[in-house]
Design a protein around this ligand. Structure first.
Ligand SMILES: Nc1ncnc2c1ncn2[C@@H]1O[C@H](COP(=O)(O)OP(=O)(O)OP(=O)(O)O)[C@@H](O)[C@H]1O
Ligand SMILES: [Mg+2]
Length: 377
């Protein structure tokens, strides 16, 4: 996938941005707080994913302004398409999403259209952060391969919201525990499917990560990923996901029911899953050095890109926000070799921190505007 044109107005501090990106490297250079990450974020949102900054949507409109627009043209092997996202600040404001001139119902419509992968300094949270960070990475990445996964995740979280509110009602004597059964059946159904899908994705990701990590560490270290289901043992996944799996999940919910009622929340199931990440056989979260954690996070993202490429034969667009300058030369070269067929947007305060072979269109950003566009020699 290649972005062939980008235009951004009123998004955070950006204004009057319009440019034709290079098909390979786009290097966005500027001092701190000038709008480099904002530029990546504005294009990223057109993939239908939430902001990688985890910020509120309203904060994306310029302070004091009332409208933002981000639009791109991009092409894959087959054709050129257009996406436009706009948002206004008025009370009943809504996001408007247009795909090829046709208004869409929500960002979900973009999910399978424009694909990108962002590498950000915060990625180390994947290793260091709470299990929730790892679960949402796996869920997002697996959804890229199978959009049906999102349907199960959405259904499951709706069922969980109902179940948890019911647990509180039961705790306060407002209804009978029997009312849980219908929700538990549904939770078991969706939860079992999610567990099996997570297991499958982590298994595939592990296959790629172990090879990549070995390469990035010069063959001296190992990395393993393993899905730790809250319900199933690893060998349970040898059998297909059928009625026995649903029953097992349901039983787990039953076993925890009394405790759930006493505490008013659900303590078992996919919302308690963990993905274990080990380097040289020990937990990366507990024992990893800074460099190991950085490399492991990088490898997980690269593996995600590779799995996506395998499925779609269409390369995602890559965003490298302030990560290249942080890596030593051999790691930078490794990343470049992995993303060699992809269009890349790199931000850096200082282009001389990049390897000399990274040459392409250079965009200098200052105060939210492009002040210079040049093709590097
Ligand atoms: N809603 C908004 N309205 C106006 N300005 C905003 C808004 N949200 C963020 N900003 C401004 O955008 C700037 C930050 O932009 P950005 O994060 O893209 O910087 P950057 O160039 O990536 O910097 P760094 O090198 O430090 O990462 C800040 O000056 C911030 O005040
Ligand atoms: Mg930044």
């Amino acid at each position: 996938m290649i972005v062939t044109y980008a235009e951004i107005e009123g998004f955070r501090n950006l204004s009057g941005i319009s440019f034709v990106p290079d098909t390979k490297y786009n290097i966005i250079v500027g001092a701190n707080a000038q709008g480099k990450t904002n530029l990546l974020e504005a294009i990223w949102l057109l993939s239908g994913c939430k902001s990688f900054r985890g910020s509120k949507e309203k904060d994306q409109i310029r302070i004091g302004g009332d409208k933002m627009v981000s639009r791109i043209k991009f092409r894959n092997a087959v054709r050129e398409q257009k996406i436009e996202l706009s948002m206004t600040r008025s009370v009943n404001s809504q996001k408007t999403i247009m795909l090829n001139g046709v208004k869409q119902r929500g960002t979900r419509a973009l999910f399978d259209v424009f694909k990108c992968i962002a590498f950000i300094p915060d990625d180390t949270e994947l290793i260091k952060g709470s299990p929730e960070k790892r679960r949402s990475f796996i869920d997002m990445a697996a959804s890229q391969l199978n959009p049906l996964f999102v349907v199960h995740l959405t259904k499951h979280s709706a069922v969980m919201a109902q179940r948890n509110s019911l647990l509180k009602d039961i705790m306060q004597g407002r209804c009978s525990p029997d009312t849980l059964q219908v929700w538990d059946k549904q939770a078991a159904h969706e939860g079992a499917l999610i567990s099996y899908m997570r297991n499958e994705y982590v298994r595939r990701l592990n296959g790629i990560c172990s090879g990549l990590y070995s390469t990035i560490s010069g063959g001296s270290e190992t990395m393993e990923l393993e899905y730790r289901s809250n319900v199933y043992k690893p060998e349970d996944f040898d059998k297909p996901c059928g009625s026995a799996a649903f029953e097992q999940y349901y039983q787990r919910l039953q076993d925890g029911r009394d405790y759930d009622i006493r505490t008013g929340t659900t303590h078992s199931g996919v919302n308690r899953d963990e993905i274990s990440i080990r380097i040289n056989g020990v937990s990366a979260r507990d024992f990893g050095s800074q460099g190991q954690i950085k490399s492991a996070a990088l490898v997980m993202k690269l593996a995600q890109a590779e799995l996506y490429m395998e499925r779609s034969k269409d390369a995602p667009v890559v965003f490298l926000d302030d990560v290249m300058g942080e890596l030593d030369e051999s790691r930078q070269r490794f990343v470049l070799s992995m993303i060699k067929d992809m269009q890349v947007f790199i931000t850096t305060p200082n282009e001389s921190a990049l390897l000399p072979e990274i040459k392409g269109r250079l965009l200098r950003i200052s105060g939210g505007r492009i002040t210079e566009i040049t093709d590097m020699e």
